[in-house]
Design a protein. Structure first.
Length: 270
């Protein structure tokens, strides 16, 4: 196929980072100055020169076919090359046996910050896997441990923000709970305890601008130039951005944990 045999070969470099993933979407540059943005399913962004038509063609082909790949990115996030691989097989490292899902979803409202801090302390220490897999394991385990019905908080970085700061990610996600009605994030990968939403976003948004809250994925997808970020809350059952997209398109709402997703999350996150 073009993507493998003609377009791209791995580029050997000391500073290359190799990721195994698929392409979520491609944000094509229209001004001829900024690079094309390749948004990978694992959250990373790859920058492709606006003049590199061969790479863009191959990446579009790989995206349309849903191919898994190993992609090389340099230290600045520039796309160096890729090779098609078989879909990774997750290993069932844990026994996915969650509590029965509640008949109606009401997020838990804790009575004190002390409770939230204790929950945070029980969470596994952060591994090297993808943020959405860590968040899925954290919410799953706490639900089984204490019955906590937590939320997920997805933060999406816009094209304008990525360009301005040469940012290497297009989304991040964390577990979130409520303490006396106030939303508190539980991101053990980047914090030492529960944090307010604004404190959490400021850790990633260098401009310190507020992130508008949205309830449709398209509100992020279709408005890339006016804001630096958007926040999309979801229940703990939503795993990846594609779940948010599917919910908007089809109305299908996840209402329980999926055992294969939990297995994959364990395999990747820790």
């Amino acid at each position: 196929m073009k993507f493998l045999t003609v377009l791209l070969l791995f580029v050997t470099t000391v500073h290359a980072e190799r990721i195994s993933t698929r392409i979520h979407s491609i944000d094509r540059s229209t001004d001829g100055k900024n690079p094309h943005l390749i948004k990978f399913e694992n959250g990373r962004v790859g920058f492709v020169s606006s003049e590199d038509k061969a790479s863009l063609t191959g990446l579009f082909e790989a995206h349309q076919k849903g191919e898994w790949m190993e992609a090389d990115l340099d230290r600045k996030g520039n796309f160096l090359g890729a090779s098609q691989i078989a879909e990774p097989k997750s290993r069932n490292l844990e026994d996915p046996d969650p509590r029965p899902a509640p008949t109606s979803y009401t997020p838990t409202n804790l009575s004190s910050l002390t409770e939230a801090t204790a929950i945070f302390g029980n969470m596994r220490r952060s591994g090297s896997g993808q943020c959405y897999n860590r968040a899925h394991v954290w919410t799953y385990e706490e639900f089984n441990r204490s019955g906590l019905c937590s939320m997920k908080l997805f933060m999406f970085f816009t094209r304008s923000y990525i360009y301005q700061y040469r940012y290497k990610w297009w989304f991040h996600v964390t577990p979130m709970t409520y303490v006396n009605g106030t939303a508190m994030t539980l991101d053990r990968a980047f914090f030492r305890g529960p944090a307010t939403v604004k404190t959490w976003t400021d850790n990633f948004i260098y401009s310190k601008r507020n992130c508008p809250v949205i309830n449709k994925y398209s509100s992020y997808r279709d408005h890339q130039d006016t804001e630096h970020c958007y926040l999309h809350p979801a229940t703990m059952y939503f795993w990846q951005p594609r779940d948010l997209e599917n919910y908007e398109l089809t109305g299908y709402e996840k209402k329980q944990f999926n055992s294969s997703e939990i297995s994959h999350a364990y395999w990747n996150a820790f």
